[in-house]
Write a protein that binds this ligand. Structure first.
Ligand code: HEC
Ligand code: HEC
Ligand code: HEC
Ligand code: HEC
Ligand code: HEC
Ligand code: HEC
Length: 260
């Protein structure tokens, strides 16, 4: 799919004036840009991954993992803060010993919360099949719908109490990370399209340290190179949007007033 980006003259003149005032030189020369998006995966495959960091080159098949099937029960924070999974594929060293010890997948796959690390279950994870468990997707058809990604509006699904994913696995302390909600709406006025960002919505799923300080500065407008092209490269908002959260092709969800 190809998206044509054209900014209206008024918006560009305004942006130029603001940019001059702020001492920023915007790219006004490229009036029309074309961004190519790869074909979007089917909704039941969106956010599915095959983990093959430690198993690559061995007899053991890659481990399958589906975000949609897990995020119904747990928030991102539970896994990506408490259990220490990193936010990029194949960057966490997950071993069978650690799993058996109750870490990583083994924090839940212990035979109680979910199937455990016994010989008859190895293949449920180590099957190299990115579509494993696909038939369960139908059971989510009652959730509010969205136009892209899993075709599920995960924000409304929580707000309207269709699902209540847990913020914690074991560490059931109330901490600053989840209790504090900051409602800010940054508007990056000096560039051509304002992007809206809500701390409240992101706080439903994430802890502060998932984003600060590695991805975003703790200060408004202090994140360097926060630009669309870098989002499209998988940085900044693109760390999650395009991989697990709704994809970047859904322009209006971040830029409600964008001109094409
Ligand atoms: C709940 C899912 C799950 C189950 C069940 C599971 N594993 Fe794994 N296992 C993983 C993941 C994830 C990794 C990391 C894969 C990677 O990085 O390539 C892994 C890694 C491994 C590795 C490579 C790392 C190391 O420790 O040498 C071996 C070997 C392994 N598992 C064996 C097994 C065996 C044998 C069983 C059954 C007794 C099993 N696993 C059951 C998820 C699982
Ligand atoms: C049940 C645990 C679990 C939950 C819940 C979870 N994740 Fe993940 N996520 C993982 C694992 C495991 C990986 C792979 C990490 C690795 O290979 O090092 C991963 C990888 C990712 C990646 C990298 C994917 C890629 O293709 O590079 C992103 C982005 C991500 N998660 C975002 C999220 C977001 C956003 C949420 C909440 C909506 C979420 N995750 C919820 C376990 C989880
Ligand atoms: C925070 C708890 C938790 C963690 C961590 C977790 N799982 Fe699960 N997993 C579950 C639960 C609960 C189910 C059962 C889901 C259901 O019945 O809908 C499940 C189901 C599965 C299934 C069955 C198919 C499916 O998607 O429903 C696979 C495969 C799986 N997990 C793989 C993994 C792997 C691989 C890891 C580690 C990389 C992992 N899980 C980490 C809780 C967890
Ligand atoms: C999904 C990512 C994400 C999460 C999670 C997140 N933030 Fe932010 N935060 C941002 C972004 C983006 C900005 C704007 C950065 C910029 O303008 O350079 C920001 C800015 C801020 C600012 C500066 C805002 C201002 O008005 O000056 C503070 C303070 C802040 N965050 C605190 C928090 C706290 C506390 C949490 C946890 C409750 C949190 N953030 C969670 C992405 C996040
Ligand atoms: C660490 C992961 C992560 C990062 C980084 C991130 N988001 Fe999100 N965002 C989420 C999750 C999770 C949701 C819930 C919806 C979903 O998963 O599809 C969400 C939802 C949203 C929504 C929908 C709000 C609503 O009310 O429906 C908007 C808009 C949004 N993000 C904008 C941004 C912008 C702009 C940035 C970068 C400044 C950003 N996000 C960075 C994870 C992330
Ligand atoms: C997840 C949120 C998100 C989505 C989805 C998104 N953007 Fe952006 N976009 C941003 C952020 C954040 C910036 C940088 C700050 C700003 O300019 O407001 C940005 C910047 C821009 C800019 C300014 C120039 C530049 O390169 O930084 C344009 C033009 C733009 N986006 C167009 C689009 C179009 C077209 C789409 C759909 C194909 C899109 N955006 C989808 C968040 C998003």
């Amino acid at each position: 799919m190809i998206i044509k980006v054209k900014n209206s003259v008024t918006v560009r003149v305004l942006a130029l004036c603001i940019a001059i005032l702020l001492g920023v030189i915007p790219e006004v020369s490229s009036e029309v840009r074309y961004w190519r998006f790869p074909p979007q995966p089917e909704p039941e495959r969106y956010g599915n991954i095959l983990i093959d960091r430690a198993t690559s080159g061995t007899q053991i098949k890659a481990a399958t993992f589906s975000h949609w099937s897990h995020r119904v029960h747990y928030t991102c924070r539970a896994c990506h803060t408490e259990l220490g999974f990193k936010l990029a594929l194949n960057t966490t060293l997950i071993t069978e010993d650690a799993n058996k010890n109750g870490e990583f997948c083994g924090a839940c796959h212990d035979g109680k919360t979910a199937f455990g690390h016994t010989a008859d279950n190895c293949d449920k994870c180590h099957n190299g099949d990115i579509d494993y468990g696909r038939e369960k997707f139908e059971s989510l058809s009652h959730l509010p719908s969205a136009a892209y990604g899993n075709y599920i509006d995960w924000v409304h699904a929580v707000e309207e109490k269709y699902i209540a994913p847990m913020h914690y696995v074991k560490d059931n302390r109330k901490t600053f990370t989840t209790s504090r909600k900051l409602a800010i709406t940054p508007k990056w006025k000096y560039v051509l399209a304002n992007a809206l960002f809500s701390h409240e919505v992101h706080g439903m799923w994430l802890g502060c340290t998932n984003c600060h300080p590695d991805i975003f500065a703790y200060e408004f407008r202090k994140t360097e190179s926060l630009r669309m092209l870098n989002n499209l490269k998988g940085q900044f908002c693109g760390t999650c949007h395009g991989k697990v959260s709704f994809p970047l092709i859904d322009c209006r969800r971040c830029h409600p007033d964008i001109h094409f």
